[in-house]
Design a protein around this ligand. Structure first.
Ligand SMILES: NC(=O)c1ccc[n+]([C@@H]2O[C@H](COP(=O)([O-])OP(=O)(O)OC[C@H]3O[C@@H](n4cnc5c(N)ncnc54)[C@H](OP(=O)(O)O)[C@@H]3O)[C@@H](O)[C@H]2O)c1
Length: 320
């Protein structure tokens, strides 16, 4: 079968289309003939070699999120899975391929009306948006800032905050055009990446959901209202300065909270229940998924170039 591996760490030219053996599902796994493959930021991080010390070496077959039809099951898996259209998390490898394997606990049937492309746009990121708002104890009427809202986590978070009755949903983004698209999804105030702009935007927020982190994180900590909660869910802008916590100590009398959130800390059944509910909402048009564009699997490098250039709004998707 056709698959995309990292021939050489670095820019997207180092990705290569190769022929590899069709994977055999191990006990507890299913095999899926893919129809849509999500292209995530973490794929670019692995491609650059940033995670080489964590076992991600050249030759690695990229991809973690696919949709398609189950064609085989491993030992111990109910044979009734065969033939079903599903979404699956494949771990941090194996997704950029015509066939992929996944543990049955990370597989979810697709409802009628949900495309594979929509599923790989929502499946991994939607649960992050949901549980991050829940862990931030967001309640109706509160003001929310989503930093780095133009990715698939932020796009879902904006919609969930708006649907949850937020008093204001501000976003940071890099252009007016992207801001207009986020307004269409429920944002009420559009700020630039530094947090400036939106003259009528609230000065402070009860909840900040941050996909970016990076050097500017302390200045966004400064945007919390008294009793405000800051939830860091991503690092697309890199790590924050080592002393960022001083910003909290300096505002001691405001009772601020900072937390990181990883969906890995939510037990699998909880993730799957929320994912199933979000898939149903998306199938019925209650939750919108934004597919930036679809490209053939053998053009994975082009999808990575678009990601590196900051052109992707939502999620890029590959189709075999
Ligand atoms: N917490 C979890 O459980 C979990 C799970 C999966 C992934 N993640 C993490 O979530 C992140 C990816 O999320 P995503 O796919 O939604 O994001 P994304 O699409 O990679 O990025 C979101 C937006 O951030 C903005 N951005 C990019 N670089 C920036 C910078 N240097 N400074 C300021 N803004 C910048 C861009 O929008 P504009 O150009 O419009 O500003 C971009 O569209 C990764 O860090 C990944 O590791 C976390």
């Amino acid at each position: 079968m056709k698959a995309v591996v990292i021939r050489a760490f670095g820019d997207p030219d180092g990705l290569e289309v190769v022929d590899v053996a069709v994977p055999v599902p191990a006990p507890g796994q299913v095999r899926i003939t893919t129809e849509a493959i999500g292209v995530g930021g973490v794929d670019a991080v692995i491609r650059r070699g940033t995670l080489a010390a964590h076992g991600f070496q050249e030759g690695h077959l990229l991809g973690s999120e696919v949709a398609g039809r189950v064609t085989a099951v491993g030992e111990g898996v109910d044979a009734s899975w065969v033939g079903r259209r599903v979404w699956a998390f494949t771990g941090l490898s194996g997704g950029y391929a015509e066939q992929a394997v996944a543990g049955v606990g990370d597989v979810l049937p697709l409802p009628d009306g949900l495309t594979g492309a929509a599923a790989v746009t929502l499946g991994g990121s939607g649960v992050v948006a949901h549980f991050a708002l829940e862990r931030a104890r967001f309640t109706p009427g509160e003001s929310v800032l989503v930093r780095g809202a133009a990715g698939s986590i932020g796009i879902t978070a904006v919609q969930l905050a708006a649907a949850g009755g937020a008093g204001a949903v501000a976003v940071t983004t890099s252009s007016a055009e992207r801001g207009a698209r986020l307004r269409d999804l429920g944002a009420t105030h559009v700020l630039d990446r530094s947090g400036a702009g939106g003259p009528d935007a609230p000065a402070g927020f009860d909840v900040v959901l941050d996909v970016v982190s990076g050097p500017q994180l302390p200045s966004f900590l400064g945007r919390l209202n008294p009793n405000g909660r800051y939830m860091a869910v991503g690092v697309v802008g890199g790590q924050p300065p080592a002393d960022f916590g001083m910003r909290l100590m300096d505002a001691f009398r405001s009772s601020l909270s900072f937390a990181t959130f990883s969906a890995d800390t939510v037990p699998g059944p909880g993730r799957q229940a929320v994912r199933a509910s979000q898939f149903a909402d998306a199938a019925h048009g209650r939750l919108r998924t934004v597919v930036h564009g679809t490209l053939p699997l053998d053009q994975a490098a082009s999808a990575h170039r678009a990601m590196d250039a900051g052109q992707v709004f939502g999620r890029a998707v590959l189709v075999p």
